[in-house]
Design a protein around this ligand. Structure first.
Ligand SMILES: [Zn+2]
Length: 372
């Protein structure tokens, strides 16, 4: 999502990289030649000819093989999003409602970018259905669950599209690329025999998406990165304004008001092609699962501080929505472990590279984020 991307990316380098690297990585030199064809859906493409042909190949792979994917792309196109490439270190792509753009990282392989295109277009579809992109809109408990649900749902949609393409093409290529980047999700999904027709995979979409959504929550590193980016980082900004007028404006921009129950969050986010909620038979799942509704202690402390400060500045009563949420452990403890894990991976890959400095927290977050 665009806003979270801003928290993780270096915007200044991005533009230059976009113009040069973006073109290079979609050029015939790196990718070979793409078929001269038109996209089968009516969508605005950005970029030079090679980039447009590459994007067309990705769009058509989805639209010609996956009925669910086609609908998602059509909705994004109808909402006015244009598709293009932009280099983003440590990320596969992003969707910005503000700029009405979907961008894919040209340095990644096409098999992976197909699922990414479905994923980012699903975010566009979520915005289209009225899910606000501005963080800190609803109360803390709702924000926590809503932002997690939008990410898990976008991955669930990508998993469904990858499975439909697998059935239509009888090739595991797209599914395997998805599996490599998101094994927690693919492991949770009951993969049908490759000989089952697309219609069978479509019929089972609600079950598949439920399983993929739930699988997203098995990756606590991603959950931590999002809790940091969506909530903790915003809450921690309270108290930095000494000028009362500036402080007032800051709190006005972060209303944290309005509550949705977990069931309402799922009904808003987890909508199938048929317009029904694919969690209709299990609407209290988020309340039963600490990974889905739990809060880290640092975020809780930051929220207490934020609302104390807000009351001082505006007189508004504090948000109490998060008080009864279960504890999910320590945010930075988890991040430290994640960083340690990445360093171990690095060390095992290149045992001679012992002098590599430890990654910064920002770099760790960028890597954890992976373009979600
Ligand atoms: Zn996302």
């Amino acid at each position: 999502m665009g806003k979270l991307r801003d928290a993780f990316e270096n915007k200044e380098t991005e533009q230059e990289e976009t113009s040069f690297l973006g073109k290079l990585f979609s050029s015939p030199l790196i990718r070979g030649f793409y078929k001269e064809e038109k996209p089968v859906i009516d969508v605005k493409l950005d970029g030079n000819k090679n980039e447009q042909l590459r994007m067309t190949a990705l769009i058509n792979e989805i639209a010609n093989n996956s009925p669910s994917g086609r609908k998602i792309l059509e909705d994004a196109a109808k909402a006015g999003y244009s598709f293009g490439f932009a280099t983003q270190p440590g990320s596969y792509g992003f969707c910005s409602e503000e700029d009405k753009i979907i961008r894919l990282n040209p340095m990644k392989k096409d098999a992976k970018l197909i699922a990414t295109l479905a994923y980012e277009s699903r975010h566009a579809q979520q915005h289209l259905r009225g899910i606000p992109t501005e963080f800190c809109t609803f109360d803390v408990a709702t924000e926590l669950k809503l932002r997690r649900a939008t990410e898990a749902d976008a991955q669930a949609a990508a998993a469904q599209v990858a499975l439909e393409i697998r059935a239509a093409t009888q090739s595991d290529k797209v599914w395997r690329a998805f599996e490599q980047s998101d094994p927690d999700i693919t492991r949770s999904v009951d993969k049908p025999s490759v000989f089952k027709p697309v219609s069978y995979v479509v019929e089972n979409s609600e079950k598949t998406m439920q399983a993929a959504f739930t699988g997203w929550f098995n990756n606590w590193r991603i959950i931590d990165a999002y809790e940091q980016g969506y909530l903790y980082g915003h809450l921690m900004q309270a108290g930095r304004y000494s000028d009362p007028a500036e402080a007032k404006k800051f709190f006005e921009e972060k209303p944290f008001s309005g509550h949705k129950t977990s069931a309402e969050v799922l009904q808003m986010v987890c909508v199938s092609d048929k317009g029904t909620c694919y969690f209709a038979d299990d609407l209290d799942i988020m309340d039963r699962n600490t990974r889905m509704c739990g809060l880290c202690k640092e975020t809780r402390t930051a929220a207490d501080m934020f609302f104390r400060e807000r009351e001082k500045v505006t007189g508004q009563k504090p948000d109490t929505s998060y008080q009864d949420l279960p504890n999910r452990g320590g945010l930075f403890k988890a991040l430290e472990m994640a960083m340690q894990g990445m360093m171990d991976v690095k060390a095992s890959k290149s045992p001679t590279d012992k002098k590599a400095p430890p990654p910064s927290l920002a770099a760790a977050l960028r890597r954890l984020h992976q373009g979600r």
